[in-house]
Write a protein that binds this ligand. Structure first.
Ligand SMILES: NC(=O)c1ccc[n+]([C@@H]2O[C@H](COP(=O)([O-])OP(=O)(O)OC[C@H]3O[C@@H](n4cnc5c(N)ncnc54)[C@H](OP(=O)(O)O)[C@@H]3O)[C@@H](O)[C@H]2O)c1
Length: 346
């Protein structure tokens, strides 16, 4: 089915000064240490070689935790990274049968926490994660960290997006199981949410331009998740990273400020279009990056840019900035002025 995309261009954008109030943060120069990080933890991780899993695994190792990476196979694709982890002290466990509860439980024995940071497909969330949850229970683990790392699923309603519905059903299973849990929410990864040229070749905006967008750089997400997911205070809590937020209108101002001479094409998808696509888009995977189907992706866009539910601060949610007030993140301002980030796709 072809649906006409209502493209709106922004040749003359209204100026807003919102970005001026953003704090200009600097790159951290040293590994973050805290009194809450003293105890070495035994962490098992699934998806250690993925987008989120790579900086998270590196950070866990850097912080001195005992890390066990469970992988389906070693291949040319992941060998270099797995060798790097081994060099840093990680144990690599080969688990070709990731859907076998007993086999997975054997590999998990001795760990305290299982973190899943695996491609978020329907099969992973609905079939495999419940098996990993059962295995974690059988092995006596204390904490299960499901595949989240995005919008605050706990604050969403069923129907907000198909992928989130799958994640919410998994949460129900986790609560029923009685295992300890932590749901980690980082808002959006810079690469997906700062309007940029990396994956879309146009500066793309969506829905309501004035909603706050919580967004962090992937390396910072990995570093922060390594702190939060080994912290006793976050057991049975959601953790919301809240170090950076800005509206899309402020992002557009930053783009105009830093790239005035750059011939950029602007594209905007309206809220009605996003709502229509959320129910009508199909199962193709047409985005340049990402494992989700088109319908799942429009569901994600709806949650972020129409419903304004990317981040949430419910009673059960701990704010990242309160847990670790000294944690330093790369700011959206610094990312957007960096040619290596903004113009990578050109
Ligand atoms: N907030 C955001 O902007 C944002 C953006 C993207 C993703 N996310 C979220 O972040 C989480 C992790 O996503 P990601 O992008 O980091 O994933 P990813 O890069 O696609 O993950 C790849 C990793 O998952 C493993 N894997 C894939 N399928 C598997 C399976 N069936 N069984 C076991 N392992 C499997 C791979 O192992 P092999 O090496 O064996 O292939 C690899 O280690 C997801 O919950 C996703 O929704 C958030």
């Amino acid at each position: 089915m072809t649906i006409e995309c209502p493209v709106v261009t922004f040749p003359e954008r209204e100026k807003s000064v919102g970005w001026r109030s953003l704090p200009e943060k600097v790159w951290p120069t040293a590994t973050f240490a805290s009194i809450h990080m003293k105890k070495t933890k035994d962490i098992a991780i699934l998806g250690a070689t993925g987008q989120v899993g790579t900086p998270l695994t590196r950070s866990l190792l850097r912080e001195g935790h005992r890390v066990r990476a469970l992988v389906r196979s070693r291949s040319e694709r992941n060998e270099k990274l797995l060798a790097e982890y081994e060099e840093a002290g990680a144990e690599i466990r080969l688990c070709p049968e990731m859907d076998d509860v007993s086999a997975m439980a054997r590999e998990l024995e001795g760990s305290e926490t299982l973190i899943a940071s695996v491609s978020a497909t329907e099969d992973v969330i609905t079939r495999l994660e419940p098996i990993w949850l059962q295995a974690a229970m059988a092995a006596g683990l204390q904490r299960f960290v499901p595949n989240e790392f995005g919008a605050h699923t706990q604050n969403l309603s069923y129907g907000d997006g198909v992928l989130f519905d799958h994640k919410k059903r998994l949460h129900e299973k986790i609560f029923e199981s009685g295992i300890g849990w932590t749901f980690f929410y980082n808002g959006g990864i810079f690469d997906y949410l700062l309007p940029n040229l990396r994956f879309f070749e146009e500066v793309t905006t969506f829905g309501n331009l004035d909603l706050p967008i919580y967004t962090h750089q992937i390396e910072d997400i990995g570093r922060f998740a390594a702190l939060a997911l080994t912290d006793d205070r976050t057991l049975n809590r959601c953790v919301q990273m809240d170090f950076n937020h800005l509206t899309q209108r402020e992002m557009l101002d930053l783009v105009g400020k830093f790239w005035p001479e750059e011939p950029l094409v602007y594209k905007h998808y309206s809220s009605p279009y996003i709502i229509k696509m959320k129910s009508e888009a199909g199962d193709e995977v047409s985005a340049k990056k990402g494992a989700e189907t088109d319908q799942e992706r429009w569901g994600i866009n709806y949650v972020i840019y129409v419903a304004g539910k990317l981040a949430a601060f419910t009673d059960e949610t701990l704010r990242g900035s309160e847990l670790y007030p000294d944690f330093q993140c790369l700011s959206p301002v610094d990312a957007l002025r960096d040619p290596a980030f903004f113009l990578e796709a050109k």
